[in-house]
Design a protein around this ligand. Structure first.
Ligand code: NAD
Length: 362
């Protein structure tokens, strides 16, 4: 059955990197008979400029009707002075919440040709292959009450609420245990249970869910220690599960271990496997429009889309192998370029991946 993909390029480098993922998709449709159709819609600053809202109703309707959503990135300095409710990021947060995309899967894999681009010594990151499962629709980023106010003495005060219900913790823990079960069967839950009651409950519920997964080895780390371990000995991790804010920070930290934030894809899934797929990086306004952004995170997000929302692991692997082949052949965008490799533009990297895909065609 033909799958429908909503494509939201967004802002900054978003349209540039999404164009390369679409080149790859086009090749899969034309040369490999993949049955998908795409429709493009506005989100973020681009939607605000065109329609006065970062999250148009038509975009939500398209995403609801689609089997999966492929997104570039949103945001940029042009929209930073807008009121909070119409900032580009509200479009993305709104989409995640409306589609109930509570499980964010962020793999961090070190591709051997990029060992030199990692921020750590090659021997510390050799073999790195971990996945961070981040809770995405609860916690501090959504908790109420939130806001700014004046104290009785007239001082400005900002406040947010960290809150998790048992059911929210349970469903993300289930996703994490199931993910671990398909991998090396090790799950590390990250919290701050020594300080936060919310984390205490997190640890309790994750441990309870763990009783149904005796084949998965569960461990717990406080977030400060987890951050330290990620840069000390990152290959000890297989699957890491954590809350919204800790996951936001730890996954960027893991990103640097792989060489560039431009390499890391993500999937945000609902309870039925429908998903939003996007690179973990932002709209990179500092390099937008220059044709130098790395499109690999977006191409690998497309691979995740094929795996999780189209249930097509074979085509997903084909895309991942094509990315590796392009890297093996020495193609590098500026962010991962090193001596002895060939520096290419965003478009040339997309072309190299497509050429590698075609080379596999039987
Ligand atoms: P960023 O991820 O956009 O950029 C951080 C650094 O990484 C920059 O130096 C950038 O040039 C580089 N970089 C990012 N992606 C790259 C790629 N594909 N290739 C090469 N280099 C890349 O983070 P930021 O600068 O903190 O945020 C910029 C804007 O993006 C802000 O408006 C922010 O709110 C937004 N943002 C959006 C998302 C999202 O859409 N999911 C996520 C994070 C930030």
């Amino acid at each position: 059955m033909t799958k429908k993909i909503a494509v939201l390029p967004g802002d900054g480098i978003g349209p540039e990197i999404v164009a390369e993922a679409l080149k790859v998709l086009d090749c899969l449709v034309r040369d490999f008979g993949l049955q998908v159709e795409t429709e493009i819609a506005l989100i973020g600053g681009a939607a605000y400029d065109a329609l006065g809202t970062p999250f148009p109703a038509a975009t939500l309707a398209l995403c609801r009707a689609a089997d999966a959503v492929l997104l570039g990135a949103v945001g940029g300095p042009r929209w930073e002075s807008l009121p909070y409710e119409v900032r580009p990021e509200r479009g993305l947060l709104g989409l995640r919440a409306e589609l109930e995309l509570f499980a964010n899967l962020r793999p961090a894999i070190l591709y051997p040709p990029l060992a030199a681009a990692s921020s750590l010594k090659p021997e510390r990151v050799a073999g790195l292959d971990l996945i961070i499962v981040r809770e995405l629709t609860g916690g501090l980023y959504f908790g109420q009450p939130r806001g700014r106010r004046l104290t009785p003495s007239g001082e400005r005060e900002g406040y947010n609420t960290l809150v998790y219900r048992e059911s929210e913790i349970r469903r993300i823990a289930e996703v994490a245990f199931q993910t671990a079960r398909k991998r090396r069967k090790r799950l590390c839950s990250v919290d701050k249970a020594n300080v936060l009651e919310c984390s205490e409950l997190w640890r309790e519920v994750v441990s309870e869910v763990g009783r149904d997964y005796p084949d998965v080895a569960l461990s717990h780390l406080y977030v400060d220690n987890a951050a330290m371990q990620l840069v000390r000995a990152p290959t000890q991790f297989d699957v890491v599960v954590t809350d919204n804010m800790f996951g936001d920070i730890l996954s960027d930290c893991a990103a640097m271990l792989t060489g560039s934030i431009g390499m890391l894809p993500s999937a945000s899934l609902d309870q039925r496997g429908k998903g939003l797929y996007e690179p973990i990086h932002g709209s990179a306004p500092d390099i937008a429009g220059q044709g130098i952004a790395n499109p690999i995170a977006t191409v690998l997000s497309l691979a995740m889309l094929l795996r999780y929302s189209c249930d097509d692991a074979a085509t997903a692997e084909r895309v991942e192998r094509a990315v590796l082949a392009a890297l093996d052949a020495g193609y590098r965008t500026a962010d991962i370029h090193s001596e002895g490799t060939r520096k290419v533009s965003t478009g040339e990297m997309g072309d190299a991946i497509v050429a590698a895909l075609r080379a596999f065609n039987p």
